[in-house]
Design a protein around this ligand. Structure first.
Ligand SMILES: O=P(O)(O)OC[C@H]1O[C@H](O[C@H]2O[C@H](CO)[C@@H](O)[C@H](O)[C@H]2O)[C@H](O)[C@@H](O)[C@@H]1O
Length: 350
């Protein structure tokens, strides 16, 4: 049994234009909002305000959120790019600030914490450099987690590896696609080498085709080239992120499945008892927001400074607000019970 993605859940890629590919997934940037003509700015301020009513600030709602969490276990899931680090031009020069790293380390002392990213697991581990968090790379297709009883259908995707806290399990449901992924990367590099600024990123079980540094008039050429390469690889899907096209094996596995998998392996699958808190900024994070919504308990939080279609219940403006939120979260836990008690509850000894 595999994880074949149903055709209906495949995402369609619209032609790339500035409008559907800016930082905020197609909405006006904050600068456009503040510098546009009065009527436009009034309209967009009004739409921002009404969006904020539907997705209130997680900082403003913090006390209310934590009141509901008092008797529950919180598990924290964090996306990387655009959440723990700001979006920058060069995808290889994305660094997490020391302050952010310290805040995540502190949160992970009190709550089981995982980073879920579209990057390769190794790369995101290299950026985050923390050993008290779990990592899921390649949009959740590469998870390093504690071992758990394996369901028969999943057995073939597991590899037992020695870890710092004993054995850990690598869960990699897209392993069989690795040779094809390498072929696609080669073809994409060849086909796009003449497009100035285009960049192919190997994310191990998926591929990113970046166009942040491509001239706008070349966007559609790049998109056509990527689509043409993929015509020979029907088992792969193309979707859009922030000035990036993401190519993934078409299996039924995304960040939402990764969140469920991690909750399960951490013994936190009971929705009545556990509140998953997921902070993310991109379209692929919506799969995790959807899972949390489906559980009926938990906090899906979107990072966005402009209104956008989302399943998240709360919002944070940018990574600096994420930092403030994480600091408040660990401070809240520290003040509500002693760390020693919590370490005993979670069986963690940091
Ligand atoms: O799931 P994520 O951790 O959010 O990864 C999604 C993509 O993030 C990276 O690209 C984005 O950030 C870059 C650096 O700020 C930026 O240059 C790029 O335009 C953004 O799309 C990463 O490089 C991609 O591989 C991930 O798919």
């Amino acid at each position: 049994m595999g994880f074949q993605r149903s055709p209906s859940s495949k995402q369609k890629v619209k032609p790339i234009s500035k409008e559907n590919n800016d930082e905020n997934g197609g909405d006006h940037s904050i600068n456009e909002r503040t510098t546009s003509n009065p009527p436009d700015s009034v309209t967009s301020d009004a739409s921002y305000n009404s969006w904020m009513m539907e997705h209130p600030s997680a900082l403003g709602s913090f006390d209310k959120m934590m009141k509901a969490a008092k008797e529950k276990k919180i598990a924290v899931f964090l996306n990387y790019d655009g959440t723990l680090s700001p979006i920058v031009d060069d995808p290889d020069r994305v660094f997490m600030s020391d302050e952010m790293r310290a805040a995540v380390r502190e949160v992970a002392k009190y709550f089981p914490t995982a980073i879920i990213s579209g990057r390769s697991r190794e790369k995101v581990m290299g950026f985050v450099e923390l050993c008290n968090v779990y990592y899921a790379g390649s949009h959740g297709m590469d998870i390093l987690a504690p071992p758990r009883p394996v369901k028969a259908c999943e057995g073939k995707y597991h590899t037992l590896v020695p870890g710092k806290k004993g054995n850990e399990v690598l869960f990699q449901p897209a392993k069989k696609f690795l040779p094809a992924i390498q072929e696609i990367i080669k073809e994409l590099e060849e086909e796009t080498k003449k497009i100035q600024g285009a960049r192919i990123e190997d994310n191990r079980f998926c591929i990113s085709v970046h166009f942040r540094q491509v001239r706008e008039e070349d966007y559609s050429i790049l998109q056509e080239k990527a689509k043409a390469v993929l015509r020979n690889y029907p088992d792969f899907d193309l979707s859009e992120g922030k000035k990036v096209m993401e190519i993934r094996p078409s299996i039924e596995w995304d960040k939402g499945h990764a969140l469920e998998y991690l909750l399960d392996t951490l013994g936190l699958s009971n929705p009545n008892d556990v509140l998953p808190l997921y902070i993310g900024d991109d379209r692929t994070d919506e799969d995790a927001f959807k899972v949390i919504k489906g559980r009926g308990q938990g906090y899906p939080i979107i990072v966005s400074s402009t209104p956008k279609e989302t399943k998240a219940s709360y919002s944070l403006n940018d990574p600096s607000e994420v930092l403030t939120f994480l600091l408040r979260l660990s401070r809240w836990r520290k003040s509500s019970s002693s760390s020693k008690q919590l370490a005993q509850i979670w069986g963690i000894g940091y």
